[in-house]
Write a protein that binds this ligand. Structure first.
Ligand code: 9Z3
Length: 316
């Protein structure tokens, strides 16, 4: 019997992705359109993952374990990658923060609108500029075919999507990039061992054994998209182990870059760890997005990587 920690068993027992054929067709079209020689071409394609994965405790799920992540980093980074000329596959947690909507508050959304004397609804004057810009940028990305959004909730959906994107993106070789900002569960309940129905409380305290989620980064690097430029994130709460854990991830999974951040300060600073160096980037002023600096540095590193692989810079 294969263990639940084994990738093959994970995929064999996971509930199949809904609309897998349609998702796969959208992906194929998106990659073909953005890698077509006549398109703004030799275009780079990045897969940005964003938001936390859930671990259901019941097949007809009432309860689940969640991972911390609002999706703000992934959404902001997507905007900056688009601005830098990348095509972006935004693999995000359903209901998490979306590109160009980061400034729209979800708790007081109605404040954005006014109703005039004729009962017509319009955007409040005070927010009109921001909303107009957001709509313009979003439409440009969607109509220009440079943004593809794919949603997940569970760890099962996330890893199946990641595999599908990776095996498709492999066709663009080193021009493909993975920016893995999603907060991914380390532990899960395998589908075939999960309670079918709502777990009953009459039975007293609940003992539950979680299996380890198989480490898919090695597969991504070695099998699914071997030439892609891979950036993973390391989130810790203990500053004493952060960089050491990032180094370990860099070496163990052969990542090109690991972005290390602490839960307490991740909005203000991150450490970019490569084989050669570690550099800390900090937010300089309140209104600045740290992601703008991050994307600039990461895309420069991606350019160097493409040059190295293609033996010259004419294809970057
Ligand atoms: C991160 O570390 C992200 O920077 C944050 C962004 C989740 C902190 P927000 O979405 O937060 O803006 O609210 N992501 C990776 C987290 C993670 O689960 N990493 C795994 C690990 O640290 C490796 S895949 O072991």
């Amino acid at each position: 019997m294969v263990a639940a920690e084994d990738p093959e068993s994970f995929f064999a027992t996971a509930p199949p992705l809904r609309d897998a054929d349609a998702v796969s067709a959208r992906l194929r079209d998106f990659i073909a359109r953005n890698s077509h020689p006549s398109a703004a071409s030799g275009r780079r394609i990045v897969c940005v993952t964003s938001g936390g994965t859930t671990v259901p405790l019941e097949q007809r799920c009432v309860r689940y374990i969640d991972n911390f992540s609002s999706g703000h980093r992934g959404a902001a980074s997507t905007e900056y990658f688009l601005k830098a000329g990348y095509a972006v596959i935004f693999v995000h947690r359903r209901g998490s923060c979306q590109p160009y909507c980061r400034f729209l508050p979800d708790d007081s959304f109605l404040k954005f609108f006014d109703v005039d004397a004729e009962s017509k609804v319009q955007v409040a004057e005070s927010h009109a500029t921001m909303v107009k810009k957001a709509i313009g940028d979003y439409c440009k990305a969607m109509e220009g075919g440079s943004l593809l959004k794919l949603a997940f909730s569970t760890i099962f959906e996330y890893l199946q999507l990641l595999k599908m994107v990776a095996t498709s993106i492999s066709s663009v070789g080193p021009r493909g990039m993975f920016y893995l900002a999603a907060a991914v569960s380390d532990f899960y309940v395998p589908w075939d061992r999960m309670a079918k129905h709502k777990i009953q409380s009459a039975g007293g305290p609940l003992d539950m054994r979680l299996s380890q989620v198989p480490k898919m980064l090695s597969l991504l690097r070695n099998q699914w998209a071997p030439l892609a430029f891979c950036i993973s994130f390391k989130l810790e709460t203990d500053s004493g182990i952060l960089v050491q854990k990032a180094d370990m991830a860099l070496n163990k999974y052969n990542m090109n870059i690991v972005v290390a951040n602490l839960l307490a300060t991740y909005k203000q600073e991150v450490v970019i760890v490569t084989e050669k160096e570690r550099s800390t980037i900090r937010k300089i002023n309140r209104d600045e997005d740290l992601e703008e600096q991050m994307v600039e540095i990461l895309s420069q590193n991606h350019s160097k990587y493409i040059c190295g692989i293609t033996n010259g810079c004419n294809q970057s």
